[in-house]
Design a protein around this ligand. Structure first.
Ligand SMILES: [Zn+2]
Length: 90
């Protein structure tokens, strides 16, 4: 991976942490309710990369191969959450 701002490959990998309670920051899918996300549903780990050269911070969502398979079948406009749930039950 290269820095999106300066092109340097001197990136340090890390994670975003809440200094208040030590919890990690996560990516939450927009259509997933807060209640589901509390139980870990619809959230993905966020990886952070800090550029040693220019200090730019870039973030990447830790999608699984399962996520890629599931969401790529809906190219373009993503369907609503209920449509996705229904398609998962098949
Ligand atoms: Zn940079």
């Amino acid at each position: 991976m290269k820095c999106a701002a300066c092109g340097s490959s001197s990136l340090l990998e890390g994670e975003l942490m809440d200094m208040g309670d030590g919890s990690m920051i996560a990516f939450k899918l927009k259509d997933v309710s807060m209640w589901k996300s509390i139980f870990g549903k619809g959230t993905r780990k966020v990886n952070a990369y800090g550029c040693l050269n220019c200090s730019h911070l870039q973030l990447a969502v830790d999608f699984s191969n399962e996520d890629r398979d599931r969401y790529r079948q809906f190219e373009g406009v993503q369907p609503g959450f209920l449509e996705r749930i229904n398609s998962e039950e098949e």
